[in-house]
Design a protein around this ligand. Structure first.
Ligand code: TMP
Ligand code: ZN
Length: 405
């Protein structure tokens, strides 16, 4: 049993994914002996509707001076953030001399869009290496975890925020009540908090269980966001579905009564009710679907290997750590994983110890099959990898179902 991180209700986990390493804990053989594992189990709170991981590693295990994820690696994400920024500017940035804050500003790919125009801004980013990278792009960043304490400091030094932004970061932070209190502290009277994260409705629909890993403590829905932030005087005023990360939702919150509530909020809540996101049985069914998906993927890969085929992985994503460890797939199943992020190259995958190789390694000797771990970037990847298919290579997909084409 655990207590819901939002409302304190006692929860019973509905599913265990077994022992998991840190999703971004790419490592070298000399570190195998002290690799960190935790049991990854998930629970759903019937009171506030929050979907959450039961036990997670200490944040210091995940967000540190060597954090491996740089937003700029994906051109599609950089373009997405430019659009995100323009939309925020046009829709909500009506203050004089606005001040824009981003929680988890990473390498500055989002804030750069505001910084470029000379706007007052600040990134709050706990990983020093990515924060340093943002400074190189003209984005001011403070190396800190966001919460009530940090919010007070920022407000004292720089005034209230017109907009607080976040993308793929709020779901990383277990102390959600402290985050919400910090936002309520820092936000100007008509300020808005805009954030987007992988969406529970999309995960349940697609059976994309690989959204679940240590950095995603929560998978949000409109209902759970409304409940979690409502406790701190904030109101959900808009919701906008996004295609990023295989199905995300953008949420807009404001002080209660400060901004008009879009009809889209009630509409999405009704869709969620129709989908059964508030019922425990939905998660029992989800567990069964995950097990079927796992068995099908393992069978597919092992049958190909038994026939002497070479199988590689495409993109050593955080999500792939969940898939590989849950399915028990190792280097005998998947020869290597190709990845474009330099600091992941020539390391080994967390828990399953599959070699990670530069993209050139993939290009210079195509395998027979490639498992598409970065399925959320499918369009970008298919546009780049026509030659692999043309040379007879086939893709193995596992979302929403296992297929080979
Ligand atoms: P993420 O899904 O955990 O955000 O990580 C994406 C990873 O995928 C990152 O390490 C870069 C890698 N990647 C490739 O190697 N090739 C690609 O074409 C894309 C889009 C991503
Ligand atoms: Zn709860």
């Amino acid at each position: 049993m655990i207590d819901c991180r939002v409302c304190g209700t006692a929860l019973k986990p509905f599913m265990s994914f077994g022992n998991m390493p840190v999703a971004n804990g790419f490592l070298l053989p000399e570190n195998y002996s002290d690799e960190y594992f935790y049991e990854m189990a998930t629970a759903f709170c019937p009171e506030c509707g929050m979907f959450q991981i039961v036990e997670i590693p200490a944040p210091e295990q995940m967000f540190h001076e060597n954090y491996a994820f740089f937003t700029r690696t994906s051109r599609a994400m950089v373009a997405h953030f430019a659009e995100y920024a323009a939309w925020v500017r046009d829709t909500y940035l009506d203050a004089d001399d606005p001040f824009v804050v981003e929680i988890g500003s990473n390498d500055g790919a989002m804030l750069e869009n505001f910084a470029k125009t000379g706007m007052r801004h600040l990134g709050v980013e706990p990983s020093a290496n990515v924060a340093a990278e943002s400074e190189r792009h003209g984005v001011k960043a403070m190396v800190a975890f966001f919460g009530a304490e940090t919010a007070r400091r920022v407000r004292e030094e720089q005034g209230p925020a017109s907009v607080i932004l976040a993308a793929n970061v709020i779901c990383h932070i277990p102390t959600i009540n402290d985050i919400a209190a910090g936002i309520a502290e820092l936000l100007d009277e008509r300020g808005v908090f805009v954030f987007e994260e992988p969406y529970l409705g999309a995960m349940i629909e697609k059976c994309s269980y690989d959204q679940i890993y240590d950095e995603h403590v929560f998978i949000f829905s409109a209902r759970s966001v409304q409940n979690a932030f409502g406790r701190h005087g904030l109101e959900l005023v808009n919701v906008l579905p996004q295609k990023t990360h295989g199905g995300s939702m953008r949420y807009v919150l404001a002080r209660k009564g400060a901004r008009e509530v879009s009809p889209a909020v009630a509409e999405l809540l009704a869709v969620e009710d129709g989908q059964g996101l508030g019922r425990a049985e939905t998660y029992e069914v989800f567990r069964g679907r995950c097990e079927e998906n796992r068995d099908a993927l393992v069978r597919t890969i092992r049958d190909l290997r038994a026939g002497g085929k070479r199988v590689a992985g495409y993109a050593a994503t955080s999500k792939s750590t969940t898939v590989l460890n849950y399915c028990g797939l190792g280097p005998d199943d998947i020869e290597f994983i190709s990845d474009t992020t330099p600091i992941k190259q020539n390391t080994f995958t967390p828990g399953t110890h599959i070699p990670v190789k530069a993209h050139e390694h993939f290009k210079s000797g195509y395998p027979d099959y490639a498992v598409l771990f970065a399925w959320n970037h499918e369009a970008e990847i298919m546009a780049n990898e026509g030659e692999f298919a043309a040379s007879g290579g086939k893709w193995i997909r596992f979302v929403p179902k296992v297929s080979v084409t």
